[in-house]
Design a protein around this ligand. Sequence first.
Ligand SMILES: Nc1ncnc2c1ncn2[C@@H]1O[C@H](COP(=O)(O)OP(=O)(O)OP(=O)(O)O)[C@@H](O)[C@H]1O
Ligand SMILES: [Mg+2]
Length: 372
Amino acid sequence: MVDERRKILIVDDEKDVVDTINDILIEEGYETLLSCDGKDALRQINENSPELVLLDCYLPEMMGIDVLKEIRKNNEDIAVIMMTGRGEEQLAVSLMKAGASDYLKKPLGKFTLLSAVKDVLRRKDINREIIQSERLLLLGELFPFVAHEIRNPLHAIGGALTIIQKRARNEPLIEQSIKVIYEEVNRLNKFVKECLDFSNPSDLSKFASTDINDIITSSVDLMTPVFQDLSKKINVSLSLQEDLPRVETNFNEIKQVFLNIIKNSIEAIDCDGELNIKTNYNPNHSSKLLTIEFSDNGKGIREENSKKIFDPFFTTKMGGTGLGLPVCRKIICENHRGMLSIKSQEGKGTTVIIRLPVDDVRKDHEKKDISC
Ligand SMILES: Nc1ncnc2c1ncn2[C@@H]1O[C@H](COP(=O)(O)OP(=O)(O)OP(=O)(O)O)[C@@H](O)[C@H]1O
Ligand SMILES: [Mg+2]
């Protein structure tokens, strides 16, 4: 996950109430935004994408329920807890119908407030996970069939194009059109391959003792023509610890992860930039985890996107499939029982951190299969 504090917007026209809630939430480690009226609250939601809004029912000019309805017009994802001084049952019902996540009576006690906030955020996380796993399940079950149906015509199109290309020499317009078709065929092939990587189970027979530094140098070598692309100047530096223990991995899968991450860094750098790749293992540490870090000084990840980057098909790029990071996460976390986290700051850069267990992960897979 991207490192970040969860952001909450507090909306109330009574300054004392805002200050008290603000102190409690800050002490608990949340990031807060403050507002004293409905219009300003809607503007802040638009600009800063909080995860949760604590919204007073009785606001000047625009009532809380109207602000809530306005939020729900284009956003199902933000949680909203309504607050009121009056505790009418009927009001509570209308608020829940309008899309409130919860309802609290003022004055708010610290315990009640924090439990409601934690509960609503937890529900939000669970919903998100359910949606994600439903999508993954569907992808895993359907895709092998779909891939077959897409790949066959793609092969046929590729073959037919080669024949047309031979006949179309010295016809610039036709040559240009053929190039476009080739590019699109390649893009579709890449998409199908990424979806298949995502839905295929890991091949345990391909696990072998590997030196992670070798996979890094092999991945960097493969990307060298891209680093030397004249349109960008990317300086790649390697800080690889020499005496790394060998790790049981599927070489090609891990290489694919490194290539995806390096490709993302290159795409995040506009003209000049740096990419540093570091490996580290501390034998005295009880966790027995080997760490690999990729740090770039590219454009970084916008805060509102940071929660979505592991969602299948989420992309901010023209022509991106949005499967690069989900595939990385599957390979590292599921297939290799490792960890993958990302720290990023918009405008400054991104660091991807991978931790791999130095023990043989196949044993874990076997254990899991038995217990399943
Ligand atoms: N190093 C990075 N710097 C900035 N943004 C990044 C970085 N890595 C990932 N991202 C963001 O995460 C999104 C998802 O990345 P992911 O690799 O899954 O898909 P993609 O790169 O968009 O498409 P694909 O990998 O299929 O070509 C990207 O679109 C980008 O917005
Ligand atoms: Mg990518």
